[in-house]
Design a protein around this ligand. Structure first.
Ligand code: AMP
Length: 256
């Protein structure tokens, strides 16, 4: 596996591989079984698998959340290599947002509600960094998790609206044995907080917004809503101690 830090190096490395299919898996690192599912899905149908590891400052609305985000590049590089990633792109913030940067992508309505309402500017940061990665890597397919259902909806809309020539692949949410969806933020939960966090998957499993709200009444809830994405989902965001968790279940169409 090659670990590359600059856009120029990445373009040079991909140049001779453009005859085959290139897959892109954008991530913020602290890899877990959810990321592994994306890497495997990409590996299974591509000639070259590129993963990016970039804790994107533009998508964080709280500095403490950005600074406290788990980072372990050495472990992540070994993890990615073991999962068949060919190129791990690990740019600095200056590489992605050089001095003078001022061009942003705003998926207006889809990015405004739910996560967007609680994390102002979040989807502007997500859409912009993903468009940059799509332009740099020029993959035929990019892989995202159903765990972040609104992110998928926002990016699918951007791909349509800006006539991007890539396919978005959505990988089902991977859950731990106790039902909690894998998330890099789970590492921050104490055992007691983790036990309380289990109310989130239990509530969503009812597939009923009212019953879910009832089951979450002892947690600090940001929202529990049915979202009219494709497919329709019941989505929720809660805070357990200092950790904010999001999750969703599909209400129709494919089952998870
Ligand atoms: P992150 O590193 O948290 O930004 O996540 C990178 C990608 O992995 C995103 O497309 C997420 O939706 C996806 N992902 C995160 N957690 C899970 C999970 N538990 N199951 C499936 N995909 C996930």
């Amino acid at each position: 596996m090659k670990l590359l830090r600059t856009i120029a190096e990445l373009r040079d490395a991909l140049e001779p591989r453009r005859g085959g299919t290139i897959a892109l898996v954008p991530t913020m690192g602290a890899f877990h079984a959810g990321h592994a599912a994306l890497f495997r899905a990409a590996r299974a149908e591509s000639d070259v698998v590129v993963a990016s590891l970039f804790v994107n400052p533009a998508q964080f609305s709280e500095r403490a959340d950005l600074n406290g985000y788990p980072r372990d590049e050495t472990r992540d590089a070994a993890f990615a290599e073991a999962e068949g990633v060919d190129v791990l792109f690990v740019p600095s913030a200056e590489e992605m947002y050089p001095h003078g940067f001022q061009t942003w992508v705003d998926v207006e309505r889809l990015g405004a509600g739910l996560e967007g309402a609680h994390r102002p500017g979040h989807f502007r940061g997500v859409a912009t960094v993903c468009l940059k990665l799509f332009n740099i890597v020029q993959p035929q397919r990019a892989y995202f998790g159903q765990k972040d259902a609104q992110q998928v909806a926002v990016l699918a809309r951007m791909i349509r609206d800006l006539d991007l020539e890539l396919e978005l692949r959505v990988v089902p949410t991977v859950r731990d044995a106790d039902g909690l969806a894998f998330s890099s933020r789970n590492a921050r939960l104490s055992p007691e907080e983790r036990a309380r966090a289990l109310a989130l998957p239990c509530a969503l499993a009812t597939k009923d917004a009212e019953r879910a709200r009832e089951l979450l009444r002892d947690l600090d809830v940001d929202y529990v809503e049915v979202a009219d994405f494709e497919p329709r989902v019941l989505v929720a965001a809660v805070r357990v101690g200092d950790t904010r968790l999001i999750d969703n279940v599909i209400l129709e169409g494919d089952t998870e």
